[in-house]
Design a protein around this ligand. Structure first.
Ligand code: AMP
Length: 288
């Protein structure tokens, strides 16, 4: 594995690889890598000839009140995880390399950024879309692997790549979880032991909602209420939202007719955690 710090070096390296016929896989991350990130790298390594992983804590996607300065970092451990996962290139740009004296150009995705994380963090997705557009522009034609863990982000990035005709296929990968159901996240290190014990309530709430959908409940309000009730029974967690959404537009359906995505966010102390789950209604019985 080689470590590159400039966009120019990455372009040169990938130009050489493409000339030799290699397909490129790309995994963008903010570092402090865990088994969830490694699953994306391994999948990319299975499906592509050369894999690039970027580690860049993007200031543009944090608001002034968020945890940019304290975001956890461990460059040495990250390099080991990237290499063990089977990547060939670790791209470690500095803030200066990415933004120089600032940027006058940002990428804004409408519609799918209006609700949930977009409502809670108004500048967040413009920051995400802008940095991912820049990274896609540096890496070029490739398959890019994103976790379903950040489901709304996956939808936003997929839409951006399609709308702007980027030569990148965006691939969503399953959520990797702890044995008790908590989705792995770099932010889990912020949890106290007590909060960590409470956090699996997120998946329990999603499962309660999904069980209703699977049993034929078609009213999203009933499903939302069931998820809300599960979180309300855990005093260490404060619910931010529990939503039922169409998988691609993220709009709330009037009635649940096909597959939906259940999405949840809650705070444990000052740490905000996200999770989501697909839910499918039963097949209609013919003749009824
Ligand atoms: P981050 O470093 O938090 O920006 O995440 C980088 C990528 O890893 C994103 O595409 C995330 O959705 C993905 N990711 C984070 N946690 C998980 C997880 N538990 N399972 C699968 N993918 C994940």
């Amino acid at each position: 594995m080689i470590v590159l710090r400039s966009a120019e070096e990455v372009r040169d390296e990938l130009r050489r690889a493409r000339r030799a016929g290699a397909t490129i896989g790309f995994v963008p991350t903010m570092g402090f890598l865990h088994a969830g990130h490694v699953s994306l790298i391994e999948r990319a390594a299975q499906e592509c000839d050369l894999v690039v992983v970027s580690v860049f804590v993007n200031p543009l996607q944090f608001s002034a009140t968020e945890d940019l300065d304290h975001y956890p970092r461990d460059p040495e451990r990250d390099a080991v995880a990237v290499s063990t996962g089977g990547a060939d290139v670790l791209f470690l740009p500095s803030v200066d390399e990415m933004y120089g004296d600032g940027t006058l150009t940002t990428v804004t995705v409408e519609g799918v950024t209006r609700m949930m994380e977009g409502a809670a963090r108004p500048t967040h997705f413009a920051g995400v879309a802008t940095v991912v557009a820049k990274l896609f522009s540096i890496v070029g034609e490739s398959r890019a692997y994103f976790g379903e863990k950040d489901y709304q982000q996956l939808v936003v990035v997929r839409r951006m790549a399609a709308d702007l005709s980027m030569p990148v296929t965006v691939i969503g990968c399953p959520i990797v979880r702890e044995p008790d159901g908590l989705a792995l996240s770099s932010r889990n290190v912020y949890l106290s032991p007590d909060q960590r014990e409470a956090a699996p309530v997120l998946l329990r709430a999603l499962r309660a909602g999904a069980a209703l959908v699977t049993a034929g409940e078609s009213d999203p309000a009933t499903v939302r209420a069931a998820m809300t009730e599960v979180v309300a029974a855990e005093p260490r967690g404060v619910l931010d939202y529990a939503e039922v959404a169409a998988p691609e537009t993220l709009e709330p359906p009037d009635t649940i007719k096909g597959e939906v995505r259940l999405l949840i966010a809650a705070r444990f102390g000052t740490t905000r955690l996200l999770d989501n789950l697909a839910a499918t209604p039963p097949l209609p019985v013919p003749g009824r």
